[in-house]
Design a protein around this ligand. Sequence first.
Ligand SMILES: [Zn+2]
Length: 272
Amino acid sequence: MKIIDAHIHFKPSPGFDRLAQEAGHINSAAHLQETFDKLDIRHAVIMGNTGLDETPLCPPHTSYCIGLDSSHFSQSVLENDMSLLESHLRCPECVGIKLYPGYNRHYITEPFYHPLYDLAAQYRKPVAIHTGATANAGAHLKYCHPLLVDEVAADFPNTTFVLCHYGNPWVTDAAAVLDKNKNVCADLSGILDGGRHDIDAYEKANSGYMEHLRTWIAYPCAFDRLMYGTDWPLVHMADYIDFVSRLIPHQHWEDVFYHNADRIYGLHLETR
Ligand SMILES: [Zn+2]
């Protein structure tokens, strides 16, 4: 099955090297390519961690969302560097914007974000938003609750928003936001992390949780707005394909694993 991974991170750094190693991978472009070939991953979207004044490193068969993580974000960056943001959105390799609330201690409903949402709509590129649990304890969860996306989705109906991680563990709230707002999509990355997993054993040990995920992923009947993603290097790519396959009914695999990301991020892989 051909796959688009709609949510990875790629950056040469000792921290990423360690995470990749823990997940049974190597943090290098060559290894990524080898893994893509092995698993029929045709393309991946890199969630940027560079700030606005750098272009994230994009190995072959990747695009990027320009990302403002906590080491690069401030209110004044957004207020003063909107032209820099726009220069990214003009590039075909840049397929969206990534926001990191929780790590960044601001609500995504703050007015200083509004011009960003308008700009994203103008360039028809989605705003991907971290929602749900965070990777470090220094983050503040109140800023990354998926319900916050409801407000911006309602107020900016021409902007497409992506709930990264399906808001996990607030999956019922994510489901309500998806159900109500047709301009909201979601990726299924990062629900499982921390190295290798035997998915059979995981499912046996966590059957209630798996059923809960299946129920609330299916609830909004939005399989045309759901995207496969891993959050690599936090997980092993083959393990994660197995994991997500168990959450999505078979008849929706082609859309969720490939076509939806192709459309939502405007990749047009089929017509390249
Ligand atoms: Zn991520």
